[in-house]
Design a protein around this ligand. Structure first.
Ligand code: BGC
Length: 768
């Protein structure tokens, strides 16, 4: 078994042209389990519809009375109102009177399932209040194959397990609030370079072997389907040379077949190239009729699409609507709060007072402290002494941008619509890596929204200074600022921006690094804060003796400055952990550049995922490359001890194959450990479990629990390992299998700070 799997894991030969075999027919939604009632209601309503009415459900229409990213048709004859579809990532986009939540990457850095669920619920309530039926998120793709990916920050983590857990919490939260989640982008949407076909050049083809597909890119989508995601958005790119939205192997075969997905598959905007996508399993086209327009009914009449396929589309769409309770008479009319902001309108205030603590806690939780040096015998740079006498603040990222806009790109300062057009192609232009127009709380375009306010670092520090009597100096523009020699501490704020439509040009920029070094040359206690829409390297300055502390502050949303001040002054403790590996050099990543860049003569860009699942820490571990800060790392103001590892069963498990999806979620093993706060202040520890699966990367994340602990307090952390957690994908058998072998279990504070080690043994046995 072992050697068979190993050979199956071999990557695609780069020279071979990858193909995606057709899989037909498109499985009809079954409506089992949690879907049963919703399907019964949907089938009742669909039975009364004409073909035209069913087809109208599956496509978009222009509506003058709202700015929703898309609107489905309605069926007035049967009282069905249609649906408004709208973005997404950190709050309701392109409107007023909503909140700006921490962005995906920030949530990933929190490693906090409970807070992620609550964020989902409150964000979901805001979508609902605005009359948005379908929230176009969360995001499980891109995962972050290339660290330069322009949209990596919209998702939670490059690690499929962490991404999957937090996607599941978000989906449950949205749908508990009554909004249809739309898990996107399915699948292999790993770069913005060549993201769409343009001027005769096809979109990039992500050529992914079957094992890598299952164990990496599909993994978080499995969690989403398991959590009940009512819709999934297919992606712009091709996979194995077939466009994702007409890829019957992926939609019919994997999603609706293997994963038994009962929701509907929605087109990414204008990503349809072929009416036959209906037979490949696509259920809804957006923003308008796509190539199916009026032609879908025509296609049924001429026999190229069956009416039962259209009935299945309509049933899946309506079942999603019923599943989350949108048949309730108090669900707001579609798009009611989504008026054109330049026209007179009575704004619908969607914010819920009870969300305030969740917004602030979420902003706090995604900050990762990576350096905190001793500045006196026993005192570290952070937290600040109770009342610092003098603080000096530097850097373009310390204060609010001069203009408020709905998708944060204004901070870049110079992106014209022509540049945006080129950005879609993604080859011609790039922007300065830093957004110099002010602090960033989110990345750009579909994942962004407008905040009610921005609590920026400098104002939050000044508010605190007013209470404490601290003297504050600031210079946010000079590349080489003067520093008052009496400063208790100097704070330097820099950022790294990223946006949909454009991959990043690098992982650090010289101007920002130079600013840090110039301040550090003059100030013995320099604290660097980096707002970052992705991985941002720190090696140019992290070892400078005057850089006494460094914080990766990610994208905190509206309460950015307030959250930071709570952390700097020790009102709250740092509890964020890196949801990615921070390398010393760009070249340390197993995949760095987006594929196709610089190859301007290609008309069919090919991205061979020859690295398989060896990305981020899986690759650093396997190749023995030392990172600057490893996956899962983050400092705290306290310390934690780990003890008393226990594993069950102690006897060997039997090797076996899963029979279908349901038993993949059965618990096969339990692991427990005790975590104790051994320091002097309260703090949250993120206990992490990594598993060594035979013929796989040395360690893979398979559990994490965030526990709040007072000084001296202990807690038991419990991890349940499911059949899927122990399995690899057997390409020949097309099933998940638990191989015989020895599985090291590592429990600790990061992927490299292992505190406890145990072993699970799987012996040869009869198939389950
Ligand atoms: C993006 C999607 C987004 C949609 C609607 C597309 O360009 O890729 O993520 O949901 O637009 O705004």
């Amino acid at each position: 078994m072992r050697s068979v799997l190993y050979s199956l894991a071999l990557p695609l030969a780069a020279a071979a042209i990858a193909v995606s075999p057709p899989v037909h027919p498109s499985p009809e939604g079954k409506g089992t389990g949690r879907w049963a009632d919703a399907y019964a209601s949907a089938r009742r309503l669909v039975r009364q519809m004409t073909l035209e009415e069913k087809a109208n459900l599956t496509r978009g229409f222009t509506r003058g009375d709202n700015v929703c990213a898309g609107n489905t048709g309605s069926v007035p004859r049967l009282g069905w109102p249609g649906m408004c579809l709208h973005d997404a990532g950190n709050g309701v986009r392109a409107t007023d009177m909503v909140s700006s939540y921490p962005a995906g990457l920030h949530v990933g850095a929190s490693w906090d399932k409970n807070l992620t669920y609550q964020r989902g619920v409150y964000m979901g309530k805001e979508f609902r209040a605005k009359g948005v039926n379908i929230a176009l998120g969360p995001n499980a793709g891109p995962l972050g194959r290339t660290p330069l990916g322009g949209r990596n920050w919209e998702g939670f983590s490059v690690d499929p397990y962490l991404s999957g857990q937090l996607n599941a919490e978000t989906i449950t939260g949205y749908q508990d609030a009554g909004v249809i989640a739309n898990l996107k982008h399915f699948i292999g949407n790993e770069q913005e370079t060549y993201r769409r076909p343009y001027f005769g050049v096809e979109a990039a083809s992500s050529n992914i072997d079957d094992r890598t597909l299952h164990e990496y890119y599909l993994w978080p989508f499995m969690d989403g389907v398991q959590a009940g995601a009512a819709s999934i958005m297919c992606s712009y790119n091709r996979v194995n040379n077939t466009y994702s939205c007409e890829n019957s192997r992926l939609i019919n075969g994997v999603l609706k077949g293997e994963l038994a997905f009962d929701g509907f598959v929605m087109l990414d905007w204008n990503a349809q190239h072929n009416l036959d996508s209906a037979n490949a399993g696509l259920d809804m086209v957006m923003p308008l009729g796509g190539s199916w327009g009026q032609n879908l009914t025509q296609a049924v009449r001429n026999g190229s699409v069956s009416e039962s396929r259209v009935t299945d589309m309509a049933t899946r769409i309506l079942a999603a609507w019923y599943l989350v309770g949108q048949d309730s008479p108090d669900f707001p009319p579609p798009g009611v709060g989504m008026k054109n902001l330049t026209q007179p309108h009575d704004p619908v205030d969607a914010r819920v007072p009870a969300s305030k603590p969740v917004l602030l806690a979420g902003a706090v939780a995604g900050h990762v402290l990576v350096k905190n040096a001793l500045v006196e015998d026993t005192r570290r740079a952070l937290p600040f002494a109770a009342r610092p006498a003098m603080l000096s603040v530097f850097g373009y990222d310390a204060s609010v941008p001069p203009t408020k806009n709905t998708d944060a790109l204004f901070q870049l300062g110079y992106m014209s619509s022509q540049e945006m057009g080129q950005a879609v192609l993604g080859t011609a232009r790039h922007f300065d890596q830093a957004a110099r127009g002010g602090t960033i709380v989110v990345g750009g375009r579909a994942g962004a929204n407008a905040p009610p306010y921005i609590s920026d670092p400098l104002s939050a520090i000044q508010r605190r200074a007013a209470v404490d009597g601290t003297w504050v100096n600031w210079d946010l523009t000079s590349p080489d600022p003067d520093v008052n020699g009496a400063s208790s501490a100097c704070l330097v704020f820099i950022n790294a921006m990223a946006t949909e439509g454009w991959d990043r040009d690098g992982l650090h920029d010289d101007a920002s690094d130079a600013l840090v070094l110039r301040v550090a040359a003059k100030c013995a206690n320099t604290v660097v804060v980096v707002h970052a829409a992705g991985i941002r390297l720190v090696d140019r300055w992290i070892e400078h003796p005057n850089v006494t502390a460094a914080v990766l502050a990610h994208l905190p949303g509206q309460d950015s400055g307030a959250a930071l001040v709570r952390l700097l002054y020790g009102d709250d403790n740092f509890s964020g952990r890196l949801p990615y590996t921070l390398a010393r050099n760009e070249s340390d990543y197993s995949v760095y550049a987006p594929c196709g860049r610089g190859r301007d003569n290609t008309t069919s860009p090919q991205c061979d995922y020859t690295e398989g699942v060896y990305l981020d820490y899986r690759a650093f571990d396997a190749r023995n490359v030392t990172p600057r800060y490893e996956f899962g790392f983050g400092l705290s103001y306290t310390t934690f001890d780990y003890s008393a590892l226990s594993l069950a069963p102690e006897a060997g498990l039997c090797a076996s194959a899963g029979n279908g999806t349901a038993d993949l979620w059965a618990t096969l093993a339990r692991v427990e450990a005790t975590v104790t706060n051994s320091g002097a202040v309260a703090g949250d520890e993120v206990a992490q479990l990594y598993l060594g699966i035979p013929d796989s990367p040395p360690k893979q994340l398979r559990g994490f629990e965030k526990v709040p602990l007072r000084p001296g307090e202990s807690a038991t952390v419990r991890f349940e390992l499911t059949r899927r957690d122990l399995s690899v994908w057997d390409v020949t058998g097309q099933r998940w299998v638990v191989q015989a072998g020895t599985y090291p279990v590592y429990v600790g504070a990061s992927s490299r700070d292992v505190r406890l080690t145990g072993t699970l043994v799987v012996v040869e046995g009869a198939s389950a």
